[in-house]
Design a protein around this ligand. Structure first.
Ligand SMILES: Nc1ncnc2c1ncn2[C@@H]1O[C@H](COP(=O)(O)OP(=O)(O)OP(=O)(O)O)[C@@H](O)[C@H]1O
Ligand SMILES: [Mg+2]
Length: 263
């Protein structure tokens, strides 16, 4: 049974060690958009900041003893730390700042990079997609996410220095592919916070497409104030304002992912 379930589900990391580029916004919005396309989806908050958790309206006090940290240290079963959300078909494995502790606790542990992968193996629910929101670093939690994933989406903010650090990220991906997870592949780069009126946005988008060609998704996420408002209401953009440009672009992105055939 489990093997069947594991074979059909697709696990996607949203990662970039640069801070504030739209990882969490993309993770929440893509997960909610996939759920609205009737895909059973699980969002994993692999960031101790817990932004995906609060962005989906989960009260952190209520999951203090039941979150990713407890699954990782083996104090709880993976399925016991999964919580439903206000979005039909979307569940979350939430996080709190406790997650900072795992790196230190696992310092001497064997196969420490496989921890999250093993947790996901133990989830016997029939999810179509598992989306992992990574922290802004290339440390233990991001490596664990990449080891557990089939695909990587890299959000890239359409601003100066967008490409800074990208080489380092791609090197980490290569190392993970060679040593830990040969089935990881780059799904693509997603241009985020694009501002039509800003020349820099256009130049960055052009440059990224020149270097990365078909590895850049066709969908571009615009800068949209509704996207920055919705976390404070604990709602994904698809529920907060389904007619906003932010919601429409993330729905389009989910459709691009679904049409890809690979992802
Ligand atoms: N397309 C957008 N339009 C407007 N604001 C956005 C957009 N995408 C993200 N934001 C806002 O920009 C800020 C950073 O976004 P987000 O939290 O998604 O980035 P992140 O990469 O997850 O950050 P961190 O590295 O801290 O985890 C947030 O305040 C978010 O609401
Ligand atoms: Mg984030």
């Amino acid at each position: 049974m489990e093997d069947n379930i594991r074979n059909v589900r697709k696990i996607i990391s949203i990662a970039n060690q640069k801070g504030g580029v739209g990882k969490t916004t993309t993770a929440i919005s893509l997960a909610a958009a996939l759920a609205s396309e009737e895909k059973r989806t699980l969002l994993i908050d692999a960031d101790p900041q817990g932004n995906a958790t609060s962005g989906l309206g989960i009260n952190k006090a209520e999951i203090r003893d039941k979150n990713v940290y407890h699954a990782m240290i083996g104090d709880a079963d993976a399925c016991d730390v999964i919580t439903s959300t206000s979005v039909p078909l979307l569940d979350i494995m939430p996080s709190t700042q406790d997650l900072i502790g795992v790196e230190v606790e696992f310092v001497t542990m064997k196969n420490r990079e496989q921890k999250l992968k093993n947790i996901l193996r133990n989830i016997d629910r029939p999810y179509d997609y598992i989306i992992i929101d990574c922290p802004p670093s290339l440390g233990f939690l991001t490596v664990n996410s990449l080891v557990a994933s089939d695909y990587l989406i890299i959000p890239l903010q359409c601003e100066y220095f967008a490409l800074e650090g990208l080489g380092q990220l791609l090197n980490t991906v290569k190392l993970v592919q060679v040593r830990l997870n040969p089935s990881l592949s780059l799904a693509g780069i997603l241009l985020t916070m694009f501002d039509v009126r800003n020349g820099i946005s256009h130049r960055v988008a052009e440059e990224v497409r020149k270097y990365f060609g078909s590895n850049v998704f066709s969908t571009i996420i615009p800068r949209n104030v509704r996207l920055s408002e919705c976390p404070s209401y604990g709602l994904p953009i698809t529920l907060y304002d389904s007619a906003s440009r932010g919601a429409i672009s993330y729905i389009q992105f989910a459709q691009e992912i679904l049409a890809d055939g690979r992802t």
